[in-house]
Write a protein that binds this ligand. Sequence first.
Ligand code: NTF
Length: 817
Amino acid sequence: MFQSVFVIKGGKGMITKKQLIKELRKNVQEMYAIEIEDATEQELFFSLGTTIKGIYNKNWQKTWNNYLAEEQKQVYYFSIEFLPGKLLKSNLLNLGILEVVRESLAEFSVDLEDLAAVEKDMALGNGGLGRLASCFMDAIASSGLPGNGNGIRYDYGLFKQQFVDGYQVELPDEWLRNGNVWEIRRDSKAVNVHFGGDVYMQPKSNGKLGVVAENETILRAVPYDTGMVGFENGIVNTMRLWSVEIPSSEEGKYRSIEERRVFEDLTAVLYPDDSNARGRLIRLAQEYFFVSAGIQSIIRYFKKLNHPWHVLSEKVAIHINDTHPALCIPELMRILMDEYEVSWEQAWDLTSKVMSYTNHTIMAEALEKWPTYLMKRSLPRMYQIIKEIDRRYVVSMSGIHDAALIERTRIIQGEDIHMANLAIIGSHSTNGVAKLHSDLLKAVVLHDFYTIYPERFNNKTNGIAQRRWLQLSNEPLSRVLDETIGKSWRHEPADLKLLMNYQNDPIVLEKLAKAKQQKKEELAKYIQETTGIIVNPTAIFDVQIKRLHAYKRQLLNLLHILKLYFEIKENPQASIYPRVFIFGAKAAPSYAYAKSIIKVINEVANLVNHDQTIGDKLKIVFLPNYNVSLAEKIIPAADVSEQISLASKEASGTSNMKLMLNGAITIATLDGANVEIRDAVGDENIYIFGLTEAEVYAYYENKNYSAREVYETNPIVHRVLNAFVDGSIPNIEREGQEIVDSLLLYNDEYFLLRDFDAYCEAQARLNQAYQDATHWQKCSLINIANAGTFSADKTVKQYAEDIWQIEPLFAHTHQGR
Ligand code: NTF
């Protein structure tokens, strides 16, 4: 039926400058009826995108036909968030035509960077979880693994952040306004998704019980596919995002425009919360929408292969990225049983073999629960199946485990459906995202489940796409690496280790310093353009970039900054090397405390940056609208990486890895993947401070922490906290009080005051160390050299082998290079 094994070509030499210009000219003419010379940047960007898509479309088709012909097992990565950022340059890099395109454009005096800037960030995610999903998509394609993304095509991505009087203001992100050149709408693959109605069982003509549904709301899920281009290997996988529409058959059912709009808006906006589950009807409907559409399309594919059902788990793996897609489990059960008359027992066996689950946080408020009444009302068939899974779970465990343990682990408890419990019970694998996190899942958070299913638990430490976070975003450093250790690191990040041979080579250290300086100057320019603040590019660039969360402790950073500020005020001769503190962070619009911290940082910045006595010893820059593209500007310019969450709270972190890869030196608590970074670089090349996770748990156990005591006995803490309420910092009357209350009245939930001295001490050591340039450069080199271990390529290979059991396409041949 299918043509078997195409030869897939990829990599350099795919297209010459002449061919490219010819194609581009043709596209500009066809799309806009003008010549390249007359096109605006916008027009050129879209024409170029179309040209690039034309280049990889054949490989996209071939990749897909190969999967079909070979009937390879595929993984479907279900994630309610993807955060790819811009795709132009990464597609060019992966196709091996970045330089050809750059040179071709230059012939028309067009700078590729200017065209790249036209593209809107695809910001269909909040933070770490969504960005990880996109790093994985890149790594899966680049490793030649058969894998697809499945998610939601939100009309509006994560809000755009502005500061007005220091306050965060959220604006809609209209990323689709000018169209999206990368996506392909596939009407032929659209499916219907059913909501609500009345569901009951009735004997069918063949005597078996069948499910009857009446009065349902039927919505159409239309897929938009985006090619995920592998790195120089000719592979193009698919990220499929679903968008809602009203099917024409249902048009007449809506009585008013308002009623219709409720459904039309299902995929309109991304929920802007992270590490926080907010039970909202629309969110539940979003979850079911992309789950049901995705599973339907998987089953349609599987039916094409004409195999008996028991083969399903040899052809398909489904990954549940955090609990948002956990309805995959009852939805696959439903389709197998209701649509294909598979027995419960077989359906359950297949489902648990196909499904696997990743947990991304231990924050209790992020553990998703849905009220039973809501599930019953909006997804009645899902509710029935979940109830039956729960009932059978309890029955199957009775007699084996004690009743209290079963109660604590069952899915339906009281009025709530516990989605993590569903994900664990209905899958064969549960993993955490860093060693410490996975250990904590076993020992504390999911300990009950660990006693029941020890074999299901495993660790997969996160990784990052080195291509985007080094090759693309840091060309100066990439060039130094090429000159020093050759180019193999571009394919094999582990080869960065070769750099260790040069740790005492003054010429290499000097080159690294220069590359860093170039990026710092670029960032300084950007800072001045966007904020008006002039920073000294030879100062230490100290960076904390991540979502704004109490547990991530941006406030601890600020307390230390205030300490420095008062020190310099009192003693202008104090030995403090000039430092620029750079923040990037969005707060969930509903997270009042996080927003107060933003306001306070901005007001301190205002105070310090305008204080003549401080000069350029201290500058504070809060760059608005932190997103993937901004990260690509900040990370290469960082000297210091702030990873200061309260130990045990950050599941992994991934900016820590990106910063390390770009030669920043980490100041960190032993939390998340920081522990593994420490192991990789050694104690001398990282600044570790603060409570350990065990000490944090001991405080919980003994309830013997008193923040007020620290305040009363530590004069510096005293001075710094008072500044929040005594008028030293203008314009923060409400926020200052709120922050002091959180620390003193509510006893400092995240132990900022407890860790304050240790943090300041580590900062002082770091400040000292920076002044020995050779020493600092060596330390930076060692960080770069050891960052290869945090490659997403490596991580997805571990998922592929241990969890998904999938193999690379052409595992036996060597393609690409
Ligand atoms: C995040 N979780 C964690 O907070 C990060 O530590 C981790 O690096 C990333 O996941 C990726 O694993 C979330 O974003 C969420 F939503 F689960 F809270």
